[in-house]
Write a protein that binds this ligand. Structure first.
Ligand code: PLP
Length: 417
């Protein structure tokens, strides 16, 4: 299976050696096996189920839901949004307890947080009517920002982002000023994997009186995040990518404690009210982070996530990041070793400081290669117009999988000439 002709490097042997020395290697067995799978290269889109997820879900249905019935709410589930939020915060966000909830979808949470921050800014200073965002941000972020701007009469300021890299601190510095309300950016760009300089950008947004809202969908569980130390105002993210929560698992949202009781999110539901069971007249937000909750939390959908967060805490995010860089380094070296790189270009940052957990490789005919790869059990995803994304989730992906997956891609391209 190994390509030796061009460079003499036996990548399968290199990968086997890296696996043998990998301190996180034991975690690859902690995921449900998948028959016929050769290489899962899409852990950044949908994480794999942690081993024991099916068992834990069955146990929850039979025992917690099945026997505790409505009492389960009082006994435990009411507190799950904050409790699960704290688990995300400590395992992945560098955030002290009491500032994170798990609820809703990322899209809905993004709306709630962007409205809360933008409204708070205009209330404090009516001139702060601008929302800064970039042209290559994930579609939902752009659409939500457009919706909030239209709804509140705000102005969008677009940073032109290079799809092969991302938004730099210099670009942000150029557009922020006394009219800036909120800056909404992705920490890791969904296309290129570019890792934005979140601490520096947050600092310069604050220096002009703006607030920073970070989308952490492609960083949570892959790249260390220090929300408290960076003094981020608010953040949202998915739990079904590197956090393995399962398809449609709820989002997390962080709001720094200094904003509690001041900023208000717009979906005033009974579950975020002070004393919800009084069912009283008028909305009065619950104290603290609970006010970010709107309706009944998706309790069943948090079961797989809680299991996965335990595992991440055990592995430690620093070790995860070290392996993540080693995985993308290996992929990079293999692609570069191909003769003439087989016309494949790498559209991701080379330097570690700016690289997230995935790589995007480009070739004009990747669109019709993807189906062939999937048939062979090699599973990246395709991003129009010509990008294959290789999402290498550190806890579930072995170095051997990277070598096998890329060897399959190489041999299919080689057969095309
Ligand atoms: C995956 C992703 C989303 C998805 O939002 P949903 O509401 O879960 O569909 C949003 N933003 C970014 C940056 C993403 O990568």
């Amino acid at each position: 299976m190994s390509e030796t002709a061009a460079t003499g490097t036996d990548w399968a042997a290199v990968a086997a050696d890296l696996d043998a020395r990998d301190p996180l290697g034991r975690f690859t067995d902690r995921f449900e096996p998948a028959e016929g799978l050769q290489a899962y290269l899409d852990g950044n889109s949908l994480g794999r189920p942690v081993r024991g997820t099916a068992h834990e879900l069955a146990r929850f249905v039979e025992q917690d839901w099945g026997t505790r019935l409505i009492r389960g709410w009082d006994e435990a589930w009411m507190r799950w949004p904050e409790e699960t939020g704290d688990l995300v915060a400590s395992a992945a966000l560098g955030a002290a307890p009491g500032q994170t909830v798990v609820a809703d979808s990322t899209t809905v949470m993004l709306y709630k947080m962007l409205r809360a921050l933008a409204d708070g800014q205009v209330a404090a200073d009516p001139a702060r009517t601008q929302i800064v965002i970039d042209t290559d941000n994930f579609p939902t972020d752009r659409y939500v920002a457009e919706g909030v701007a239209a709804e509140r009469g705000l102005e969008l300021v677009w940073i032109e982002a290079d799809p092969a890299s991302g938004v730099s601190a210099e670009q942000v510095a150029e557009v922020v000023g006394e009219r800036t309300g909120v800056v909404l950016l992705s920490h890791v760009a969904y296309r290129s994997g570019y890792l934005a300089d979140a601490p520096e950008i947050t600092r310069l947004v604050h220096a002009v009186g703006g607030l920073a809202l970070w989308d952490l969908c492609h960083s949570a569980g892959s790249v260390p995040v220090e929300l408290d130390a960076w003094e981020v105002d608010a953040a949202v993210g998915c739990t079904y990518k590197y956090l393995n929560g399962g398809p449609g698992a709820p989002a997390f949202a962080y709001l720094a404690r200094r904003h509690h009781g001041i900023l208000r999110q717009p979906i005033q539901g009974w579950m975020g009210r002070r004393d919800p069971f009084l069912m009283g007249p008028g909305y009065e937000p619950a104290p603290g982070i609970r006010s970010l909750v709107s309706g009944t939390p998706p309790v069943v959908a948090m079961v797989p996530l809680r299991l996965s967060l335990e595992m991440l805490a055990e592995a430690g995010i620093a070790a995860v990041r070290t392996k993540s860089l080693a995985l993308t380094d290996l992929a990079w070296q293999i692609v570069e070793s191909w003769p003439g790189a087989l016309d494949v270009a790498i559209a991701s940052p080379r330097e570690h400081e700016r690289r997230g957990g995935h790589l995007t490789i480009r070739r004009h005919d990747f669109a019709d290669l993807t189906a062939r790869l999937w048939q062979q059990g090699v599973i990246p995803d395709f991003r129009a117009p010509d990008g294959l994304r290789l999402g290498l989730a550190p806890l579930s992906t072995s170095f051997a999988e990277v070598a096998t997956g890329l060897e399959t891609i190489r041999s299919l391209l080689h057969a095309r000439g």
